[in-house]
Design a protein around this ligand. Structure first.
Ligand SMILES: NC(=O)c1ccc[n+]([C@@H]2O[C@H](COP(=O)([O-])OP(=O)(O)OC[C@H]3O[C@@H](n4cnc5c(N)ncnc54)[C@H](O)[C@@H]3O)[C@@H](O)[C@H]2O)c1
Length: 384
């Protein structure tokens, strides 16, 4: 039985707890920690846990009775607490974004290796049925060689979203919509296509006046054999998230559509209905995932601790997404293309370098310690 500690008792902690509770045969939650101990106690009561509440992380980490921890803290604390926990001999799963800098990612990865403990980075969107089916279609060659893809990471947040004390600051949130929201689609991009050779980025803040960081941005990722365009937004009512993948034989998108054209003798298109129907049939016959989202990823973490499965998303995977984000920032600020990988001498490798270079679009004036509700609502729920 794996004994878990949850650090941070805010919005996402409830999702971690609900997920772990589905696997009562593998784990039990024995500790919950929050600087506001009343939040830890309230969560323990609400979820009916047999767990102890802590207000100091150090006190929780001293407990030999805790085998693994979930870090559900603001981004600027991820690296430091993960390193302390690994050093104390705990396995760690850390929420996205993995850390505030590549340097921090490297220190986390190093500590996990030295301590021979697992370091897992949350990227729950890898476990979504439509994505897994599209990945299979690509692997099975239905699209032909992929030459272009388009990622629309469109979200909407009110201006007061940034009133929460740690949000909207380079120091504490470590970035705007690219870091906090598009981290998900960037992770999917690098999972499907690997790392690009070059990045061109643009960022701005067009609406969120209580945030130093970007609320909109665009990037073009160049590979040897394909190009990917990426839109990141926090100002898009309706949040119509989409991925379009153009292969030489056919194009598919998520939410799922398929189109396939052949060329007429003059180069204009004619529809290849036979191929479209074949791809649709294959899409429909592929199995749905048994579990999706956080529960699917967190049970992989538990089973990897028990050595029943390979850990799907480790520190190296999480680091790649941070590298993409920081390359976009560097390109946007220096107004030129950036080649990957970023090297250790680059100012954008370290947090102090990044914070020193990034512009403050607005000065954060208003700051609250907690919102009255921590419920997370998502555009896709309204559009369903
Ligand atoms: N995977 C996802 O889809 C998803 C969704 C939402 C949030 N997140 C991520 O989860 C993390 C937390 O976000 P949230 O929305 O739950 O934030 P939150 O502010 O609601 O919760 C964070 C909690 O950490 C506590 N805290 C802060 N400093 C602490 C410390 N030193 N010791 C103990 N407790 C401390 C705060 O009091 C707060 O209760 C962020 O990294 C965020 O990006 C991920």
């Amino acid at each position: 039985m794996i004994r878990l500690g949850i650090i941070g008792a805010g919005a996402i902690a409830a999702v971690h707890i609900d997920s772990f509770l589905q696997f009562g045969d593998l784990c039990e939650i024995v500790a919950v920690c929050d600087t506001f101990s009343e939040k830890a106690k309230a969560l323990i009561a609400e979820k009916k846990l047999h767990a102890k509440a802590y207000s100091l992380v150090e006190d929780l980490l001293e407990q030999a009775s805790v085998d693994a921890i979930s870090i559900c803290l603001p981004p600027y604390l991820h690296a430091n607490i993960a390193i302390q926990a690994l050093k104390a001999g705990k396995h760690v799963v850390v929420e996205k974004p993995m850390a505030s800098s590549l340097e921090e990612c490297d220190l986390m990865i190093k500590m996990a290796a030295e301590q021979d403990k697992l370091l897992c980075v949350v990227s729950q969107n890898r476990w979504k049925t439509p994505l897994s089916k599209i990945k299979r279609l690509m692997e099975e060659g239905y699209l032909g060689k992929v030459i272009h893809a388009s990622f629309d990471s469109l979200w909407w947040r009110g201006g007061n979203y940034y009133d929460l004390w740690w949000r909207g600051t380079w120091e504490q949130e470590a970035g705007g919509c690219f870091t906090s929201h598009s981290v998900h689609y960037l992770d999917l991009m690098q999972m499907l296509f690997g790392m690009p050779k070059q990045v061109q980025g643009y960022i701005n803040n067009v609406s969120h006046t209580n945030s130093e960081c970007e609320d909109i941005g665009f990037a073009v990722f160049s590979y040897d054999d394909k190009v990917i365009d990426f839109t990141s937004s926090l100002v898009s009512h309706g949040e119509k998230q989409a991925i379009v993948i153009d292969g030489e034989k056919a194009s598919v998108s998520m939410p799922f559509t398929v189109s396939a054209y052949d060329a007429l003798p003059n180069g204009f298109p004619q529809q290849n209905k036979e191929l479209e129907e074949m791809i649709l049939r294959r899409y429909e016959e592929l199995d749905s995932l048994p579990l999706e989202g956080h529960p699917a990823q967190l049970v992989n973490f538990l089973r990897a601790i028990g050595q029943q499965e390979r850990l799907e998303v480790d520190g190296n995977e999480g680091r790649r997404t941070i590298e993409l984000i920081h390359a976009v920032y560097k390109s946007a600020i220096e107004m030129k293309p950036v080649s990957l990988p970023l090297d250790k001498e680059d100012p954008f490798y370290s947090k102090s370098g990044l914070v020193g270079k990034m512009p403050k679009f607005f000065t954060k004036g208003k700051s609250v310690e907690n919102f009255s509700t921590s419920k997370i609502t998502l555009g896709r729920d309204f559009n369903a």
